[in-house]
Write a protein that binds this ligand. Structure first.
Ligand code: SAH
Length: 274
């Protein structure tokens, strides 16, 4: 077995059962072209390759790239890129490689130290969503982050991340993965999630404003929204607006659903324009 390196957050998955769940969640088809981030020693890659039309993998570790090229380089539907996923501009890079140009799905057991930036690169942001969204994104991530992605309003795990991600995608919790399913075992448990990009039923009129509002609203967690948003709206005025939106004026940031955040943003933004 290849010795895992801590700098690259390497933990090799060893559970066949978890691989089954990942593949099932991705619903792989012959006409899929998959993007895999951090193939590592290729345990997931080997599982995916026979099922799909193409697989583009991005791996930062040179030694692993050598190994993967030796072992899987002969597969026609496999393209390996060595580099930092966060730095690569994939569309430009692959533009001239016509069969590999578009990846419609992402399936990956990612490095946990860069989970947030990876999700942001895959989905984009509220103000700047990915213009060519993936059909689905199946990721193995820390359980704590998975819990935050699927949290419902009012629960402890609900936060700015929940709002930012669920504005752009439906988030589903697929299964919990115990630390012992990896070598070496990470310090925390993990989970498989599926993100399906879709427009929210109600859109923000001014996405940049919503982004700012969410950041401000969650800036001091225990406080009521009225206090956190004081710099954009007077407290009593906000209480009235919340009441007209059927939201308890005593609410804290984590009490508002994503839809309520959008409604509030649209109202406040209209006011600030008036
Ligand atoms: N998918 C493999 C390995 C998971 S560990 C498995 O399930 O066993 C995370 C992998 O991501 C490692 O192979 C690590 O080298 C790679 N990695 C870490 N940072 C990366 C980055 N910025 N870009 C691409 N790959 C990265």
């Amino acid at each position: 077995m290849v010795r895992p390196r801590r700098v690259y957050a390497q933990h090799w998955l060893k559970s066949q059962q978890v691989l089954d769940r990942i593949v099932e969640a991705a619903g792989c088809r012959r006409d899929d072209c998959i993007l895999e981030i951090g193939p590592g020693t290729g345990i997931l890659t080997r599982r995916l390759l026979p099922l799909v039309g193409g697989l583009v993998a991005v791996e930062i570790d040179r030694d692993l790239c050598k190994l993967l090229t030796q072992q899987l380089g002969g597969k026609e539907n496999f393209l390996l890129l060595q580099g930092d996923f966060l730095e690569l501009d994939l569309p430009t890079l692959l533009n001239s490689f016509s069969p590999w140009k578009y990846q419609n799905k992402v399936v990956a057991n990612i490095p946990y130290n860069i989970t947030g930036p990876i999700i942001e690169k895959l989905l984009g942001t509220i103000a700047n969503p990915n213009s060519e969204p993936y059909e689905s994104i199946v990721l193995l991530i820390q359980k704590e982050v998975a819990d935050r992605l699927v949290a419902s309003a009012g629960s402890r795990a609900f936060g700015a991340l929940t709002v930012r991600v669920s504005y752009l995608a439906k988030c589903e919790y697929i299964c919990t993965v115990p630390a012992k399913a990896f070598h070496p075992a990470p310090k925390v448990d993990s989970a498989v999630v599926r993100l399906v990009p879709r427009p929210l039923e109600i859109a923000a009129n001014e996405p940049k404003y919503l982004e700012m509002l969410v950041k401000l609203g969650f800036s001091s967690k225990r406080k009521m929204l009225r206090n956190n948003l004081q710099s954009v709206i007077e407290r009593d005025e906000l209480a009235q607006i919340l009441a007209t939106l059927d939201i308890n004026p005593q609410s804290r940031a984590e009490d508002l659903s994503v839809e309520e955040w959008v409604k509030l943003s649209n109202q406040l933004q209209e006011l600030s324009n008036a």
